[in-house]
Design a protein around this ligand. Sequence first.
Ligand code: 6R9
Length: 633
Amino acid sequence: MTPSKLKDFHDRLAADDDGFWLEEAHKRLDWIDPPTTAGDWSFDEDDFHIRWFADGTLNLSANCIDRHLDTRGDQAAIVFEGDEPGEGYEVSYRTLHEEVCRFANVLKSRGVKKGDRVTIYMPMIPEAAYAMLACARIGAIHSVVFGGFSPDSLSGRITDCESTVLVTADSGSRGGKHIPLKANADTALEHCPDVHSVILVRRTGDEIPVVEGRDIWWHDVRDTVDADCPPEPMAAEDPLFILYTSGSTGKPKGVLHTTGGYLLWVTMTYDMLFGPEDGGKVEDDLFWCTADVGWITGHSYVVSGPLSNGATTVMFDGVPNYPDPGRFWETSKRLGVTIFYTAPTAIRALMREGDDWVTKHDRSQLRLLGTVGEPINPEAWNWYSNVVGEGRCPVVDTWWQTETGGVLIAPVPGAVETKPGSATRPLPGVHPQLVDSEGKVLEGAAEGNLCITASWPGQMRTVYGDHERFFQTYFSTYPGKYFTGDGCRRDEDGYYWITGRVDDVINVSGHRMGTAEVESALVAHPKVAEAAVVGMPHELKGQGIYAYVTLNAGEADSDGLREELRQWVRKEIGPIATPDALQFAPALPKTRSGKIMRRILRKIAEGQPDQVGDTSTLADPAVVEDLKRNALV
Ligand code: 6R9
């Protein structure tokens, strides 16, 4: 986009923001009833509400599929690339339409209606997208659970949103290893008596038990239902999906997004950041976002954003270093990928393997590179830009969250100059503000806590089943503002530099982990009395998990028990939650009122034990000496 075109967006917003949003909504989406109102919201406690385009009706799947059939029916909508290089196929928009309609009719045949919740626990295969779009087509609310999560995590999420239907596969295949999805699902479902139907997709062909009456194979029923399914008219504010994400307290929250605002936000941000250059055509690009559909990035920029724009999107069911660290670039070349979007953790891991794995594959077809999920260090940014992108491709560092639906801060290619390590400037319609811990607004160059002062269409609408928690979590810390949980610096040019979470959330390889979740998994072990978990710097993962564990009286620590506890957490939550370091502590540092002083634990985990600061308010300051002596870093 040219700088003047971007300026035009800002000017139109400044002149008449409601008019701007209505115009964009009408232009970019197909409505059944076009809306006549745009934003209607208040972040104040006594009048708290968020609505966008409230009198409009539309259907997301019709926008992502049906409206393209006349012009791009034969164009690839999805290019699937499996775990083994070259194991894949293309799905045209026409085929996507048929598969999604059939999937929708299978869901209907199992009694799924508008508003019902369907849980999806799948590998990164096109059927995962069919299932998501099929839900949207009939107005069911999907909850995708990342395939790397444990049976317990899965059952907790199924129970929280009261799903009665689960979509899963026999097993997944990642880096040559099989992931027993169906076996995990069966274990999870022992605690979910209300799930009456499991739709099973065959992925690996692994032998699995099938429960008569409950489980049905997709390939058995696919041809028994009609190949057409009319899209359900949905009010713009009807729920679209729930996605669980970790917060600083308690169990993961079910972030709920609604239909119209979310779809406009992902459609518009995809176009601004990854769409064709002026005069170009969307079908000339091949877009590859490496995220899994189990995360928000997969929802917004593998499925809805690209498909709503009529783009071709890659679904990749593998890992960056299998069969070797050249996989991304070998596959990009073979498929003809022009836009590549991944996480800093992957970039850092590949950077360590050396440039040869990159340079041996021709990358001249790449034109744009993106990153998401965590702060990118300038060294990794420069390597991505210079080695992968040959200094030719703009690097688009996109800052956003599950809660924001789509990108809020990022450089619009062609219009905003980049700085290595900065997500740069807010997109049109996004109003960031920095505040200090007392809530005082910071102007100009400053560092503080990142808030957003005005609603945008893609904002989450509630925590499923707990609207009070939604308000308390995001709007009570700094009244009248949405608090992101991130720290941020703004430089003299008005550029934003995200510094990481300021709450008790750890960002492990771009995945959010609540310290409270890991702690509760640890204390569930019969030998553990108490646990405290903090982040530690990690060269590849960005942050690692550092756990302090106090055993029950009479239990002896040992390396064997340390490993047992690490595996315990892995089994309870999933591999991403496995502690990187686990220190046995006879006691944790507590204030006299019994509050754990995390500041001290963080400093020790960061390898800065001499900076723990004032410990005089501790009930027993001697505890700290033991912690320092036995520190693992
Ligand atoms: C999209 C996604 C959100 C948290 C967010 C922040 C971190 C995401 C970032 C970034 C620095 C970026 N984060 N993108 N930090 N620069 N470009 O990742 O959503 O899983 O909800 O995580 O990730 O800390 O608050 P989610």
